[in-house]
Ligand binder design. Structure first.
Ligand SMILES: Cc1cc2nc3c(=O)[nH]c(=O)nc-3n(C[C@H](O)[C@H](O)[C@H](O)COP(=O)(O)OP(=O)(O)OC[C@H]3O[C@@H](n4cnc5c(N)ncnc54)[C@H](O)[C@@H]3O)c2cc1C
Length: 414
């Protein structure tokens, strides 16, 4: 049995190792366009590799996977984060779990993961062909799958696994489109927002630990820490919003009205909190008594936007002034003018439509022996190790499914 894996990334590598362990007699060839396997994994998590998540910080999988929730739910039954950790631990990797539920290798070095996966591929007898970009995948009656390259003769395989990652380049899209499968148009996900409001960006470096952000007129929102940068807003709340609203924002050319709730509270919680502050500090200047969660320079900015004079005291605020302050704290409006790449992580929303695939095996419904794994599919997640987890799970799933297929065709004993 000849198996070709296209892409030596996270999904392709784990798939190759599992395949050789499950079907030792199979010839497994991995074709990688780049000079080295796993180049992207090497830069994940700022070079530390946020390999997975404990999933304790989310209430439902849909929170983490805006696309692919149902599929991942099904696949995690066989290979979820616990199985992934065990898989890597069996290969000698030790982990640390951070307070934010993210798992990193204890070495804090993504290269430990990369080196281990490369070594295991070699030890298991996987043939890795780097610097060879697959330009088309075809199918022939007798030869099975035919992979063509720009720089070398065609390669043939009984089974082909496409694990080429996010398909934003035109050449990737052409290769996939030629397969005749439905492709959800790829758009970027996980980015920060450009906001050309000098008063806001002057506060760069300011962090609010619990904020929420919403796109006006949509149901899309994100909660969590918010960071003011020199170009606008970033941090987990913005990244979550960018992920959940990825397609909507692409349609709007990444422009729109953003509403910021700087408090993480609702009006019913905020008013009594401000009431307590006002009565305890009634003769003091409002600008000198900011809520604990709002840094002083941001508080001054909010007061300016709410129209409160610098020397105004709490007992001079009045009902109208209080209403303006509440409204600014809960619905502070900014014009988003574009997006910026979040350097720590960015992924593609879109790819091979999930209805093309058998949800248990990730084999295409129309081309037997053709499988997809990882970000090339229409599955992507928020930050926190969820994207790599999807890649590990899908790569593992495909290997398991190919083994079952091989057994069914009596290539393997049992
Ligand atoms: C800067 C950055 C940091 C990130 N950090 C994290 C993190 O800490 N945690 C997390 O969960 N996720 C993170 N991600 C996302 C995560 O890296 C990806 O979701 C994940 O690597 C996807 O795995 P994959 O195997 O599908 O694709 P990839 O790992 O991207 O691998 C695909 C491979 O296929 C190759 N390829 C593509 N086309 C062809 C072709 N035609 N022929 C041959 N080879 C081809 C590519 O060169 C590549 O090596 C990060 C992403 C970025 C950009």
């Amino acid at each position: 049995m000849k198996i070709a894996i296209i892409g030596a990334g996270a999904a392709g590598s784990i798939c190759a190792i599992e395949l050789k362990r499950r079907i030792p007699s199979a010839e497994v060839d991995v074709y990688e366009a780049g000079k080295r396997p796993l180049a992207k994994v090497a830069i994940t998590g700022g070079g530390r590799c946020n390999l997975t998540n404990s999933f304790e910080g989310i209430r439902s999988l849909g929170e983490a996977y805006p696309r692919g929730e149902k599929l991942m739910k099904r696949l995690f039954r066989n290979f979820g984060h616990a199985e992934t950790l065990r898989w890597f631990e069996d290969e000698g990797i030790r982990f640390v779990l951070q307070e934010d539920h993210c798992y990193f290798p204890a070495s804090q070095d993504a290269m430990e993961i990369v080196n281990m996966l490369c070594l295991r591929m070699r030890q298991e007898g996987v043939r890795i062909h780097t610097g060879h970009k697959v330009s088309t995948i075809g199918r022939e009656e007798t030869q099975g799958y035919v992979l063509s390259f720009e720089d070398k003769p065609d390669a043939f395989a009984d089974i082909a696994v496409v694990a080429t990652g996010g398909c934003q380049s035109k050449s990737s899209q052409n290769m996939l489109e030629a397969l005749g499968l439905e492709i959800v148009p790829p758009v970027p996900s996980l980015f920060s927002f450009n906001i050309s409001d000098r008063e806001l960006t002057a506060l760069m470096g300011t962090v609010v630990e619990e904020a929420s952000v919403t796109f006006a007129g949509t149901g899309f929102s994100g909660k969590g820490p918010l960071l003011i940068t020199h170009w606008g807003l970033s941090g987990p709340a913005i990244l979550k919003l960018s992920s959940h609203a990825a397609r909507h924002l692409a349609d709007k050319a990444w422009k729109g009205r953003l509403l910021v709730n700087w408090t993480g509270m609702n009006e019913q919680e905020l008013r009594p909190m401000l009431g307590t502050l006002a009565s305890a500090q009634s003769h003091k200047k409002i600008s000198n008594t900011h809520p604990d969660t709002i840094p002083v320079r941001l508080w001054e900015h909010i007061l300016r936007k709410a129209g409160a004079r610098e020397d105004l005291r709490w007992n001079e605020l009045g009902t109208k002034g209080l209403n303006r302050l509440v409204n600014t704290l809960l619905n502070d409006e900014y014009e988003v003018t574009g997006k910026s790449r979040f350097k720590e992580e960015f992924v593609t929303c879109g790819g091979i439509a999930l209805q093309n695939l058998n949800p248990s095996t990730l084999e295409t419904k129309t081309s037997p022996g053709l499988y997809f794994a990882g970000e090339v599919t229409d599955v992507d997640a928020i930050t926190g190790g969820f994207n790599l987890q999807a890649a590990w799970t899908m790569g593992y799933t495909v290997a398991r499914a190919i083994e079952a297929k091989a057994k069914a065709y009596s290539v393997l004993p049992g």
